[in-house]
Ligand binder design. Structure first.
Ligand SMILES: [Zn+2]
Length: 56
């Protein structure tokens, strides 16, 4: 039984820069749409469900 030397985990920090969503998704079916700058996801609707998309 060896003792682990302490695993050197990868540095934390997922490539999330800015914080603004890069795409809009349908909360119901998962449809994804490209986020347009200046256009909030809420103003877009899923073509399948007709519900407002949310930022992701
Ligand atoms: Zn949908």
């Amino acid at each position: 039984m060896g003792r682990g030397r302490g695993m050197g985990g990868p540095p934390q920090g997922l490539g999330r820069e800015g914080g603004a969503p890069t795409k809009c998704v349908c909360p119901q079916c998962g449809y994804e749409a490209t986020k347009e700058r200046g256009t909030p996801c809420r103003s877009m609707k899923c073509p399948k469900c007709g519900v407002q998309l949310v930022g992701a």
